[in-house]
Every structure is written in C-alpha cells, then in structure tokens.
Design a protein around this ligand. Structure first.
Ligand code: URP
Ligand code: ZN
Ligand code: ZN
Length: 462
C-alpha cells in the first residue's frame, strides 16, 4: 500500500515546513515534493498540519480500582484515543499484592490483545517487591516494558513504603528502567480523610481538602531525594500543584534527572469544579485533586519553558451512574479518576496554541515527541521522518468542535468539559499507514493496535 499525503504542512517538535509525505506499507518512505508513480491512495492535506501521531503515556484502561473498574476497556478507550489524534497509549499494568510481576503483565496483555485499536505498550505498577520478586523487574525490562510506577498514596491498595521505593530505584539503576511516581503523602492524607469523614464532611469537595498541595510537594521532594541518592532519573506523573513543580525545579537545579508530566485537567479545571451543585463535584474526584485557580499559571509557564516534559491524560473514567455514585454518602468512596483520552489534543491546542501560551512545535513535543523519547519509543514513534512508523495525524486548525458526552467516543456518561467549544481537531489519522479516521468516520477496528516493545530510555534529552 502506497499513500501520498499532499499539500500539507509538516510539523515536528523542531520544524514547520510545507511538504508532501509518501507512506509505503507501515512506514514513512519519503518527505519532499513532486512525487510521481503509482499511489493506492492520495490524501489532500491542503490547509492542514501533518503531525506525528500523539502518545498518551498515562492511561488506565479496564483497571480495577475503588470497588469498580474503569469504564473504558482497550477497545473503547483506544478507539476514543484515535478519535482524538492519539495513536499509541502506554497503559499501567498492575502487579496485585502477592503476585509475580509476570502475572500482572500477562493479565494486561490479555486485556489488550485483539481489542486495542491503537498501538499500545505498558508500564508496570509494582505493589509488592520482596527480595524474591524484585529481580523480576529486569526480565520485564527485557520484554520491552521499560518503566515502572510506584505509588506513595492509596495506603492498603497501591501504596508502597520508602524502603520499597528505594530498593526499586536501585534495581532500576541496574536494569535501565525509568521509575514513574505518584507523589502524594498517602499516610497523612489517610488521617485527614478519616478526620473529615468522622466530622461529617462528606461532600466531593472534601476529596480535595484532604489532599492539600503540601502533601504532593512533600512526596515529590522525598521521591526526588531518593532518586538523587540512588543516582537514577525519576518521572513524576500527573503533577498538579505549583509547590510540587517547585520541588521538581529545585531537584533539577541540584542536578537530579527530574522529569514530570501534567494533565489537561490541571490546566483547564480547578477546585471550583468541586463546588458544582449536588453531587456533580464527583465528576472531578481524581488524585491529585484539582487545585485552586492560579496553580495552572505555573504549569503553563513550566510547559512553555521546559520544566514539564509531557502532557498525558491519566484517563481513568468512571460513570456517574453506578460508579461515582458509590460515593454519594462519602467522598472517600468515590472511585478516583476522570476521562480525557479523547480530549487531550483538542484542549491543549485550543487552550495552548490558539492562545499563544505554547508554540505549535512545542505542542507536538509535549504530546508526541517527548513522551516517545522519555519512554523509549523514539524515533519509531513521535516524529515524522523516513523510516518511522507512519502514525500521522492530519490536523485541521480551523475545525470547530463542541465537546460533549453526547458525541464523544469514550465509554463514560459525562464529559468534564461538557459544552466547551474548541477550534482545531483531527481530520484524518493514520496508524502505521492504515487510515483509522477519515471524514468523521472511524475506519479502524479492534485488533488493529499492536503491542510495542520499548527501549530503555536514554536520558540525553529532553
Ligand atoms: O485519580 C486517579 N488519578 N486515578 C487513577 C490512578 C492514579 O493515581 O493514577
Ligand atoms: Zn497516580
Ligand atoms: Zn494514573
């Protein structure tokens, strides 16, 4: 299959130039002009941008959590991802306590295989690393799962103690993996939650009030200090608070390879959302919580100046009906997480590029190139280059979209951005040369997505 994409403007993290692109089979074959010969398909991209397909390196598909399971599985979640311009997701597989790491990984392969529409890879969440298990991390890395996530929050469920964290960091120093950290002080937060519930403070806003930013900053500092002593890089996931951002900057200033991502919800929503009438605040119950207005300004600056490396989603959807409502009597029982796999690019382009807060090239870097670099997928993914996978996002900068649960493709009964009007959206999406989305029609299918082994990340850049 030979495809010509003509008349568009190629946008990478570094350059913007007019060019035609030839796709041969699953790869980009050539970038230039005046190509001749036979093409099986020609796509007119006049007036549009050709960007590398986006990577979402923080998703929770089909994840058991908080007495429920996230409502998107690998089929519905990755289909929605493609609708939004994301061609690869890196999902979090989970090692249950007492389980071998292998088992956790096998479970996630079974969830994804034959179902995923987009390409996919896994990080592995480790919840239990006794001496006879920790060495398995090396095998997992050899199989292309080159990053792990540890939790400093959710005691009794996912949280691990500092000695486990430190031992895992040392193991990562040996095997070259990248450790990702959920940085919130779970012990102190647990006390605050119990006190609030005992005092009858049970509305959704108490979720945020029992997880103050100092607890994110403290854990961020502690995690980075441990990484510093262990001599390894660390990637802080879903960074939400200005105080935590400051800890990342301070660590970098002392020479720690400290990296971090944020998510659209921390850029576009705020604590005020918890005050929506009735139980509507439950839509935004996620950890870390939404922060008071003003935090987002620090995050935007960090995105523009390079202190944050990526924008991921932390997509972890739960329906209001039957799932979030488990916490009607107490915020502590509301499943944590919110949907976003489909809306990441729409929001960041409209709120970042259209407003001039970030450049078009930086947009590509944040949603595609850096995630690919940080997680060992570059230059197979994350750029437009001969030889790279032909994951191409043809972006219409003029397309207007009204975000709504009535029209989105995520399997969840609400959208946190209901009614928001944005300008700029995917027109056509190719996954390894195959057209997955065109003229408002999804042309891919379950099983089109493939597991992608990742290299050990190299930390020369970004
Ligand atoms: O509330 C969230 N973020 N749910 C998903 C699990 C996690 O902490 O990433
Ligand atoms: Zn987390
Ligand atoms: Zn998460």
């Amino acid at each position: 299959m030979r495809t010509l994409i003509k008349g568009g403007t190629v946008v990478t993290c570094a350059e913007t130039f007019k060019a035609d692109v030839v796709v041969e089979g699953e790869r980009i074959d050539a970038i230039g002009a005046a190509f001749s010969g036979h093409f099986d398909k020609t796509i007119d991209a006049t007036g549009k941008y050709l960007m590398p397909g986006a990577l979402d390196v923080h998703t929770h598909l089909d994840m058991p959590f908080g007495g429920s399971s996230s409502s998107d599985d690998f089929e519905t979640g990755t289909r929605a991802a493609l609708w939004g311009g994301t061609t690869t997701v890196v999902d979090f597989a989970i090692q249950a306590k007492g389980q071998a790491l292998r088992q956790g990984l096998d479970n996630w392969h079974a969830k994804a295989q034959g179902k995923a529409c987009s390409d996919y890879s896994f990080h592995l969440i480790c919840t239990d690393l006794p001496e006879n298990v920790i060495g398995e991390m090396d095998k997992v890395v050899d199989e292309g799962v080159t990053s792990f996530k540890l939790f400093m929050a959710y005691p009794g469920v996912l949280m691990v103690d500092d000695s486990t964290i430190y031992r895992a960091l040392l193991q990562a120093r040996e095997n070259g993996a990248l450790v990702c950290m959920h940085a919130e002080n779970g012990g102190a937060i647990d006390v605050m939650i119990k006190q609030a519930v005992a005092a009858g403070k049970t509305e959704p806003k108490w979720h945020a009030l029992t997880r103050p930013p100092q607890m994110e900053a403290e854990a961020t500092h502690r995690a980075l200090a441990m990484a510093e002593v262990a001599g390894v890089p660390l990637y802080i996931v879903h960074l939400s608070a200005a105080e935590a951002m400051q800890e990342v900057r301070r660590a970098r200033d002392r020479g720690v390879k400290a990296y971090a991502e944020t998510c659209p919800q921390y850029l576009f929503l705020s604590y005020d959302n918890y005050l929506e009438p009735g139980f509507a605040g439950a839509k935004y119950v996620m950890s870390p919580p939404l922060r008071p207005k003003g935090n987002e300004e620090h995050l935007w600056k960090a995105l523009a100046l390079g202190d944050l490396q990526a924008v991921s989603t932390d997509h972890c959807p739960f329906n209001m009906s039957g799932q979030k409502e488990l916490g009607k009597e107490s915020f502590a029982k509301i499943p944590n997480g919110a949907p976003g796999i489909e809306t990441r690019l729409l929001l960041l382009y409209n709120g970042g590029v259209n407003t001039g807060l970030i450049s078009l090239n930086r947009f590509v870097e944040l949603v595609s190139t850096n995630p690919a670099r940080m997680f060992g997928l570059y230059p197979k993914k994350g750029t437009i280059l001969p030889g790279a996978d032909a994951d191409i996002l043809i972006w219409d900068p003029k397309k207007q979209v009204t975000i709504s649960a009535a029209t989105h493709h995520m399997r969840v009964d609400y959208n946190p951005y209901e009614g928001w009007k944005v300008v700029g959206a995917p027109a056509t999406v190719l996954l390894r040369g195959k057209v997955m989305l065109e003229n408002g029609t999804f042309t891919g299918k379950a099983g089109d997505g493939r597991f992608v082994k990742r290299y050990r990340p190299e930390f020369k850049s970004p």
